[in-house]
Write a protein that binds this ligand. Structure first.
Ligand SMILES: [Zn+2]
Length: 282
């Protein structure tokens, strides 16, 4: 019996070592969520959001993205506003127009123990350029997108707040196309993409059930400021105001039903209160 146990221990050790050699990330037994800080957008005109300056407590945005690690794989949600390639070797902060970033995305991911090549799924809340900067780094993942969003992104001359060069590599990525549908990413109800068109044709949000923290809803740009939600105000540049209203109603009902926390991606106060990678929420 002792010999058999020793054999099993040795075999397990050998498997662990070979996984390490392949650069496999550590296995988890329950979902966890890493939050990456991808910079700031300062000096925005709040009138773009149909709000006067004095009606908004904090006019500046933070840019965030998230890695969800699940026993069955990983999902990166959004990818920042300034490509990692814009950072110089000295690591100095980068400014592009009203956007700035203190640190690139991939080193933050590496500090948490993950490489883009180990990311199973990639999803964008939507195609605006403050979310797509490093999308190309995930072209080897399976891209989960709504059909209407993808159609717009790869139309002849997509116009608006969009940088096709950031995501062109996704064109030939392995792709799971959803048609205005919600999607249970790992099949056990813990990580669900929720179709919320309106801000863009195929905007989507992400509902994650964490074992300790409970359910959280990563809201993309369904809202930018908490004041939009409190007062039922929509930005001036929605793809479809009608769809946005319906999507907000859908999400508010979902929040009620699940008791989920709402995390507005650009909201400074929400971001300030949460642990940042390599710490994680579980
Ligand atoms: Zn945004």
């Amino acid at each position: 019996m002792q010999i058999r146990l020793a054999t099993i221990v040795a075999a397990t050790f050998a498997v662990s070592m070979s996984l390490l050699a392949q650069g496999q990330p550590a296995r988890v037994t329950a979902p966890r969520l890493y939050i990456f800080e991808n910079g700031f957008i300062r000096g925005l005109d709040t009138k773009l959001f149909n709000l006067a300056r004095e009606e908004v407590k904090e006019p500046d945005f933070v840019n965030t993205s998230y890695l969800i690690v699940h026993p069955q794989g990983t999902l990166q949600f959004d990818s920042g506003g300034i490509p990692d390639s814009q950072f110089k070797a000295d690591g100095a902060p980068v400014t592009e127009g009203i956007q700035s970033a203190l640190k690139p995305l991939l080193p933050q991911m590496a500090a948490a123990g993950y490489q883009p090549s180990q990311v199973t799924y990639f999803a964008l809340s939507h195609y605006h350029s403050d979310h797509t900067a490093n999308a190309g780094a995930f072209a080897a993942s399976t891209w989960i997108t709504q059909k209407a969003e993808r159609d717009f992104m790869f139309s002849d001359k997509p116009a608006g707040i969009i940088q096709p060069a950031h995501y062109s590599a996704l064109r030939n990525a392995k792709t799971k196309i959803l048609d205005n549908e919600d999607f249970d990413v790992f099949g056990d109800g813990t990580v669900r993409l929720i179709s919320t068109p309106g801000h863009t044709p195929g905007h989507q949000v992400l509902l994650v059930r964490l074992p300790k923290r409970g359910p959280v809803l990563l809201a993309g740009d369904l809202y930018h400021y908490p004041e939009e939600r409190a007062r039922g105000i929509l930005p001036t540049f929605e793809f479809s105001v009608e769809q946005s209203r319906a999507s907000r109603a859908k999400v508010e009902a979902l929040l009620k039903q699940t008791g989920a926390e709402l995390w507005i991606e650009h909201d400074m106060a929400t971001h300030a209160a949460l642990p940042k990678s390599p710490a994680y929420v579980e």
